[in-house]
Design a protein around this ligand. Structure first.
Ligand SMILES: [Zn+2]
Length: 437
């Protein structure tokens, strides 16, 4: 009898279950400015999200759905979420409740299948009161005090992340993991350098839009943008590293887009007020900026490629050109480094090795340093030639000795001594010797 009831129940529940939408997986990605919940769903489904207060929660209702697996356990340092739990409502509707550490702004959307995942429901959470994905990057640009020499800023971008693993090697190595490890290593090396400061564009395992990566670099006033990747090809024998810079075609197709975006162009023109009549001026200015940027991208890339050659095999002996979106900042020299072929089993193994990662990072740093030593941005410590020989400064009208000393980061006493000046009297047009440090 018991068995019969069980059978009936089973029969009853079978057709019902077949229709139900299955949630096959749940992932949580934590970025500095948001937390992303991703649900793998069998098909595109309707859903509803809404907040509850006291305490703060977010509810996700999905009609006629069920969870296939357990919900993920959250890390203790997850900034927004305490936990995630599920329940069944009205017999077969699924309700997920996110217990929150604070009030959030939430948005949800569906993602279409790609080669790796099927349909996905994405819920993005950001702290309330801050713009979703716009502000709150965690990195506020450091203001440069006037008349102080600044550090050169190197933006280091680890390719892929979060839902996007990048290329995957035969042994299962994910590109997004390797790129982040090398990026961290490079950042540590840059940090140790005198007169240089790294900015990590991606800091953990989360997805970042390509244009957002550029935005983050521009916000930090980066002097150079280096995107780290690992290549893949059908033929597993293909090997070696290569470097890409933006092609002219990629740059010109981007120009129109930048000019169309008022905020972008205003920023780019450094406060030059452009009204409609200035469209031509804007185009000319952008064109000049882009040309200079492309030229410097290549100068820098060539130097890095030369150093990589010493570490191992180089796939292409010349810097390659392509229309990669992430290279499209019109005012930051940018390069994309394919460190090796993750599809080549031997190189995949090497990419995982800490020692080889360090070699790569050191080579990239050496290339970057060699570029900045030759072409140092004005106003930076490199431009002063810091540890190098002394050089000269022609006094402008209204400048004071103290200002000049501060600008070059030298002491007033040494400036006076080298130039045999007693007191503070100087005159415009006079040439000063700036002592090396
Ligand atoms: Zn990649």
């Amino acid at each position: 009898m018991y068995q019969l009831i069980a059978l009936c129940l089973l029969l009853l529940s079978l057709p019902l279950q077949a229709q139900q939408v299955e949630i096959r997986g749940t992932r949580i990605w934590t970025a500095p400015d948001r937390t992303r919940l991703v649900l793998d769903i069998a098909t595109s489904v309707p859903h509803k999200i809404f907040p509850l207060e006291n305490p703060h929660r977010l509810v996700i209702d999905i009609p006629d759905a069920r969870l296939k697996d357990k919900l993920p356990v959250l890390k203790a340092d997850e900034p927004l979420l305490i936990g995630i739990r599920s329940g069944v409502r009205a017999g077969n509707d699924l309700r997920l409740v996110l217990d929150l550490k604070k009030k959030v702004r939430a948005k949800s959307f569906l993602l279409k299948p790609n080669e790796r995942y099927g349909h996905r429901l994405v819920v993005d959470l950001a702290p309330a009161g801050k713009g979703m994905g716009k502000k709150a990057t965690g990195d506020k640009p450091r203001p440069t005090p006037r008349s102080r020499l600044r550090d050169i800023v190197v933006a280091i971008d680890a390719g892929h992340g979060g839902e996007d693993p990048g290329a995957v090697g035969a042994a299962g190595t994910k590109e997004k993991v390797i790129t982040l490890q090398i990026a961290h290593k490079l950042a540590r090396l840059v940090k140790k350098e005198w007169g240089m400061r790294p900015v990590l564009i991606r800091k953990g395992d989360y997805f970042l839009r390509l244009r957002k990566r550029i935005q983050l670099a521009r916000k930090q006033r980066a002097d150079l943008f280096v995107s780290i990747h690992a290549d893949a090809f059908r033929d597993r024998r293909v090997r070696g590293s290569s470097i890409y810079t933006l092609s002219h075609r990629g740059a010109s197709s981007e120009a129109a887009k930048w000019l169309a975006d008022k905020e972008n162009s205003a920023d780019l023109m450094l406060g030059i007020d452009l009204n409609e009549n200035d469209a031509l001026l804007a185009t000319v200015l952008l064109d000049m900026t882009q040309n200079a940027t492309l030229e410097h991208s290549n100068l820098a890339a060539n130097r890095v490629l030369a150093k990589l050659r010493k570490v191992g095999v180089v796939h292409k002996n010349k810097v390659q050109k392509a229309g990669f979106v992430v290279l499209k900042a019109p005012d930051i020299p940018s390069m994309l480094i394919e460190t090796a072929f993750i599809s080549n089993p031997e190189e995949e193994k090497r990419l995982r090795s800490k020692a080889h990662q360090a070699k790569l990072a050191n080579a990239i740093l050496a290339g970057i340093k060699s570029y900045f030593t030759k072409y140092s941005p004005p106003g930076t410590k490199f431009a002063r030639g810091g540890r190098g020989p002394e050089h000269s400064h022609v006094i402008g009208s209204g400048e004071t000795l103290l200002e000049i000393a501060r600008h070059y980061d030298v002491s007033l006493t040494s400036l006076r001594k080298v130039n045999d000046i007693h007191g503070d009297r100087i005159r415009a047009g006079q040439t000063l010797t700036i002592p090396g440090s």
